[in-house]
Write a protein that binds this ligand. Structure first.
Ligand code: GDP
Length: 207
């Protein structure tokens, strides 16, 4: 599936711009700089599909990607098999107050109103673990009853023993959360580590 066609569909700065809900969705969320763009690019084996950001002020939008939509002869396009959704990064240190408000409204509206959203994958930096801003997102997901799973990023940046420690700690931190998947996936976009497991997690989420 990930070797087939994957294409950017559209950006939605607010709910009026959401695409028609014709396919199931799996969303990616995480703090700015967590490695979300790099991981989406590794997942889909395409460089530059998700822009590697570096412009935290500009990314307050949901980005939708069609997976498996095929253009037929004559230009008609089949519906996608499913969609990947790149959610706006959060927790940017210098974010102005109304940007944070805008993020909260957009994400909350999307999580609460999107019946085709099957699961969110919440990215956490292996070096830092869960921060308060991540807990805020977990609360929103639990309250919206949207299933989610934690994916550790940049696993190449820590020693194997530290990675095991952060996996154990993270698992215990989410254990009481009702909508959290109990199993954590460790990844490195840079080294290709955990990418097959991440692909399997996306497919499982659609199940
Ligand atoms: P985003 O803001 O969450 O989309 O993060 P990016 O994908 O733009 O990555 C932020 C920074 O982390 C960039 O400098 C990346 O090169 C780096 N990065 C991303 N993934 C990895 C990884 O798996 N390993 C390492 N060592 N660096 C990474």
């Amino acid at each position: 599936i990930f070797a087939g066609p994957i294409a950017f569909l559209k950006s939605a700065p607010d709910l009026r711009f959401l695409p028609d809900p014709v396919a199931l969705e799996v969303a990616f969320a995480g703090r700015s700089n967590v490695g979300k763009s790099s991981l989406i690019n590794a997942l889909t084996n395409r460089n530059g599909l998700a822009r590697t950001s570096n412009t935290p002020g500009r990314t307050q939008e949901l980005n939708f990607f069609d997976v498996g939509a095929v253009e037929l002869q004559g230009g008609e396009v089949t519906p996608p098999l499913f969609r990947l959704v790149d959610m706006p990064g959060y927790g940017y240190a210098k974010a102005p107050k109304d940007m944070i408000r805008q993020w909260r409204f957009l994400v909350n509206d999307y999580l609460r109103g999107r019946a085709v959203l099957k699961r969110a994958l919440v990215l956490i930096d292996s070096r830092h673990g869960i921060k308060d801003v991540d807990e805020t997102l977990f609360d929103m997901l639990d309250n919206a009853a949207v299933s989610y799973r934690v994916v550790l990023t940049k696993a190449d940046k820590v020693k194997a023993s530290e990675l095991q420690a952060v996996m154990d700690k993270t698992a215990s931190q989410i254990r009481k959360r009702p909508a959290a998947h109990p199993e954590i996936i460790a990844t490195s976009a840079e080294k290709g580590m955990g990418i097959p497991e991440l692909r399997a997690a996306v497919i499982e989420a659609l199940g």
